[in-house]
Structures are given as structure tokens and as C-alpha cells.
Ligand binder design. Structure first.
Ligand code: NAD
Ligand code: UGA
Length: 458
């Protein structure tokens, strides 16, 4: 089938590449011409594991191409996917302007009988609006509009797309339903559950799924707080509840508050839709406030428990909103770092991939090339992203590099029982803090001795 992607961002690129590797002929169009030029040279503007290899194989097989020419991109397509951004408006409701502009642009160029498929995350009723816009542009209702929400995650986009739990196909007429089924036939044959429903239900499914996953995270973060106050251990608690199949073990990792380009904006849009239709989503409203507040409360915890002198330096490891992506949109680092700076602290930051994006959002941060360089002479170190590189940190080396002794691990990467042995006070989530004074720990003077004895110490 001939497919065109309107929007070559995370979703457009990943989806287009995977559909091409499934055997379809795919063309990606983006309004950002510079992005298309880069893509033509395999200069991929985002970091997504496996994407480049998959793109190369699709292009080499002649099934994936990129274009800046709208008319040419759209005119022959059987299906045109809209995969443009749907950010938050000022009041938290969805900003559909990119989707509606894309519909207006493609309207005149679509071939008769083509199906437009909305891949972007959009509020209920959008498919109908898009159909009306296209009809207005063409002077005829000859184009069908379907909804096919996407559930991939950044950092595992290729795997998520190719191994879905289910595929949601929203269509209000037989022709577009058949087109969608034909596109996803290999998955249907492989036994992937297909939810074939209306466009409105498909739109509601997408937001309900994201809101529910975000609620799971918000809930476990609150439980982690309770564990800290009561001497509990969040790992045992999550295992104990997650093994109940009705609850499930995934999305129960405590963290510094969810971020990214999806959960924050989608929960806001879901709540705004509830208000608009007189069906308030109170749980989600509370979740949004709690999640924003959590990032600031964690900054406060660093200031309070870090025993930091005024103007001391804090090393922040991890700027991306999660591991395996360079995306910093609504990342915890973007709230926590400015809060620390406001309190008068200096921040040195490291991230394996996200520094260029973070530089667009943060001021007065010193950037380090490696985590140990970030820790050098810092009073405390704070881990905000669960990169494997940080899991493998040599904590002796970290302790020697620091001038202070506090490690705040807001991704629970280490075993609290072992961190004290490295001479660090350890603060993680949902577990008791451990101190250097615990049995097996080394005294501050021992740690100082190790530091001056270390190779390279001036
Ligand atoms: P993105 O910002 O990475 O990419 C959007 C692209 O669309 C940009 O390259 C932009 O230049 C282009 N664009 C904007 N207007 C255009 C127009 N009129 N014509 C052509 N191109 C245009 O966004 P994204 O992360 O890919 O998200 C896209 C949609 O998919 C959003 O609704 C998002 O909520 C949803 N979604 C995202 C993810 C994810 O993991 N990022 C997962 C599932 C769903
Ligand atoms: C999320 C959903 O997981 C995807 O299914 C969905 O397609 C996508 O949003 C979207 O609609 O755009 P994504 O934002 O890429 O995907 O990343 P997630 O892995 O869901 O993580 C989101 C945030 O929650 C991150 O900040 C992450 O660190 C946090 N998180 C996740 C936790 O704190 N704990 C967890 O157990 C899981």
C-alpha cells in the first residue's frame, strides 16, 4: 500500500519506518524542510535505539523516502497518516492547530477515495473535525478519516511498534476500516488483538490508556513517600502488589515524577476534556498537581538532607525524561535544576545524550563530559535518569570525586545496603536513607584519606 506520513518526528519516523519494513511503500513529509534534508542523509535528529538501522534497510529496499513537496507526497497515497504534534494550550487543553493545519494543507491534494488516518494523540471528536475541514477544502465529502492511536514509547519505539499488546483501529465506515485492517494485516495474522471500533472510541482509548499509566506512576510515587515515613521498602511493596495479575508489575517504578512529551500534556488534555464535557476527571486533576509538586518537593529534599552550604555545587546526572532518549520535554531535571539554582546552588550536569536539548531550556549550568567530572568537588550528586551508565557507576570513584557525601538516587539504581560502604549518605525513593555511619561504612576521615591517596589527586 502507498502510505504518506505527515510529520517526521518521533512517531512519524518510527511508524513510517516500521510500516515500510512491513512491506508498504512509505513517504515521509515534514513542514520542516531542514529535517527532511537531514533525514535524506540518515542524519537522524532524534536519538532512538534501532531507528537508524531500520531506516537504512527500508530506504535501501526502496520502500521509504522523504520529501518536502506536499502535493507530490500525497497525491498517490492510499492512506495519509497525520503524525504532527499536539501540544498543550495555555489552559492545558489540547492545541490542535498542527493537526488542523495539516488537514487543510493535504485536503486539496488527496486522491479520491484516499483515507486520512490520525496517528497524533487527539481529543474525542477530532476525526470528525478533520473530515469536515478536508471536505471544505475539496468541496466534497469523498475522503474518509480514521483514527489509529499510537502506543509506542520513546527509547523502545521500534520494539513497541513491532510487538504491540494490541492495535486500535477507529473507523466510522467500512472502507476506511478495511484500509486500516489491510495496513496492519501482518499483525492480525500473527494474532495481535485488534480493537476495531469507532473513531471516537479510539480517541478516548488513547487518552484513557495514558491517564491510567500516569495514575499508576503517581500512585506508586505516593506509596514510596509513605514507605520512607514508615520504614517500608518500595521494592517489596511493588512486587507484592504487582504480582496480582489484576494490578500487574509494570509502570510501578517510583521516580522523580513523570515527564516527557506525552503523559504531562495528555493528562492535562484529558482533564480539560472532562471539564469541557461536564465529566470531571478528578483523579487525573489531582495527579497532575501532585506530579508537578513532586519535582519541587524532591528539590527541597536535596536542600534539606544534603546539608549543603550556601553556593555549594550539586552534580545532576540525567537530563532526559527517561533513559534511552535525548528528549528533555517536561523532564524532572527542568524543574529540579532551576529550583536548586534559585536556592543559590551551582549545578554541574551530565547526560549521555540529552545535553544539546537541555541547553535550550537551562541557564547557568556547567556541562560535564562524564559523570565523574560532574561529581568532581560537588557537595552532592543527584541521579534523575535511569541510564545504564549510571547503574554501572563506580561509587568509590564518585565518593572520591565529591567534596561532600550525599547521593540522591531518584531512580533507585543502587542497593542501599552497599552504598554506605562507599562512604556516601544515600537517599533513594521509598526506602530508608542510609548513612556512612552504618555498620560496614567508612568514616569521613577514611574517605578523605582515600581521596588524597587516589591517583591524579593534586
Ligand atoms: P514531534 O514534535 O517529534 O514531531 C512532529 C513533527 O510534525 C515535527 O517534525 C514537525 O515539524 C511536523 N509538523 C508539524 N506541523 C506539520 C505540518 N502541518 N505538516 C507536516 N509536518 C508538520 O512529535 P511526536 O513526538 O512525533 O508526536 C506526534 C504525535 O504523536 C503527538 O500527538 C503525540 O502526542 C503522539 N504520540 C507521541 C509518542 C511519542 O513517544 N513521542 C507516542 C505516541 C503518540
Ligand atoms: C508514554 C506511554 O508509555 C506510551 O505508551 C505512549 O505511546 C506515549 O507515552 C505517548 O502517548 O506519547 P513515553 O512518554 O515515551 O511513553 O515514556 P514512558 O516510558 O511511558 O515514561 C513516561 C514517564 O514516566 C517518564 O518520565 C518515566 O521515567 C516515567 N515512569 C515510567 C516512571 O516514573 N515509572 C514507571 O514505572 C514508568
Amino acid at each position: 500500500m502507498q502510505i504518506t506520513m505527515i510529520g517526521a518526528g518521533y512517531v512519524g519516523l518510527a511508524t513510517g519506518t516500521c510500516l515500510a519494513n512491513m512491506g508498504h511503500s512509505v513517504r515521509c513529509f515534514d513542514i520542516n524542510a531542514a529535517r527532511i534534508v537531514r533525514l535524506e542523509h540518515f542524519d537522524i535528529p532524534i536519538y532512538e535505539p534501532g531507528l537508524e538501522e531500520a531506516m537504512r534497510s527500508a530506504v535501501e529496499a526502496g520502500r521509504l523516502s522523504f520529501s518536502t513537496r506536499l502535493r507530490e507526497s500525497v497525491a498517490e497515497a492510499d492512506a495519509v497518516f497525520i503524525a504532527v504534534g499536539t501540544p498543550s494550550g495555555a489552559d492545558g487543553s489540547i492545541d490542535l492547530s498542527h493537526v488542523l493545519a495539516a488537514a487543510k494543507q493535504i485536503g486539496p491534494h488527496l486522491r479520491r477515495g484516499a483515507t486520512v488516518v490520525i496517528k497524533s494523540t487527539v481529543v474525542v471528536g477530532t476525526a470528525r473535525r478533520v473530515r469536515e475541514i478536508i471536505a471544505r477544502e475539496r468541496g466534497a465529502f469523498d475522503i474518509r478519516v480514521a483514527s489509529n492511536p499510537e502506543f509506542l514509547r520513546e527509547g523502545s519505539a521500534m520494539k513497541d511498534f513491532m510487538e504491540p499488546d494490541r492495535i486500535v483501529l477507529g473507523a466510522d465506515d467500512t472502507r476506511s476500516r478495511n484500509i486500516l485492517r489491510a495496513i496492519y494485516r501482518p499483525f492480525e495474522r500473527a494474532g495481535v488483538p485488534m480493537v476495531i471500533t469507532t473513531t471516537g472510541n479510539a480517541e478516548l482509548i488513547k487518552y484513557s490508556a495514558n491517564a491510567f499509566l500516569a495514575l499508576k506512576i503517581g500512585f506508586i510515587n505516593d506509596v514510596a513517600d509513605l514507605c520512607e515515613k514508615t520504614g517500608g521498602d518500595i521494592a517489596d511493596v511493588t512486587r507484592g502488589i504487582g504480582l496480582d495479575r489484576r494490578i500487574g508489575e509494570s509502570f510501578l517504578l517510583p521516580g522523580p515524577g513523570f515527564g516527557g512529551s506525552c503523559f504531562p500534556k495528555d493528562t492535562r488534555a484529558f482533564a480539560a476534556t472532562g471539564r469541557q464535557f461536564g465529566a470531571p476527571q478528578k483523579l487525573v486533576e489531582t495527579l497532575i498537581a501532585r506530579n508537578d509538586q513532586r519535582k519541587l518537593l524532591l528539590a527541597r529534599r536535596i536542600l534539606k538532607e544534603g546539608r549543603l552550604a550556601p553556593e555549594s555545587t550539586v552534580a545532576v546526572l540525567g537530563l532526559a525524561f527517561k533513559a534511552n532518549t535525548d528528549d528533555v520535554r517536561e523532564a524532572a531535571a527542568l524543574s529540579i535544576i532551576p529550583a536548586l539554582q534559585e536556592a543559590g546552588l551551582r549545578v554541574v550536569a551530565h547526560d549521555p545524550k540529552a545535553v544539546p536539548n537541555a541547553k535550550e531550556h537551562l541557564q547557568d549550568v556547567a556541562w560535564a563530559d562524564c559523570p565523574y567530572a560532574a561529581c568532581t568537588d560537588a557537595s552532592a550528586v543527584v541521579i534523575l535518569t535511569e541510564w545504564d551508565e549510571y547503574r554501572r557507576l563506580n561509587l568509590d570513584r564518585v565518593a572520591r570525586a565529591l567534596s561532600g557525601d550525599a547521593l540522591f538516587d531518584f531512580r533507585n539504581l543502587f542497593d542501599p545496603r552497599s552504598v554506605g560502604q562507599h562512604g556516601l549518605r544515600y537517599f533513594s525513593l521509598g526506602r530508608a536513607a542510609t548513612s556512612v555511619r552504618q555498620k560496614g561504612g567508612i568514616s569521613p576521615i577514611d574517605r578523605w584519606d582515600r581521596r588524597v591517596a587516589a591517583p591524579g589527586h593534586a
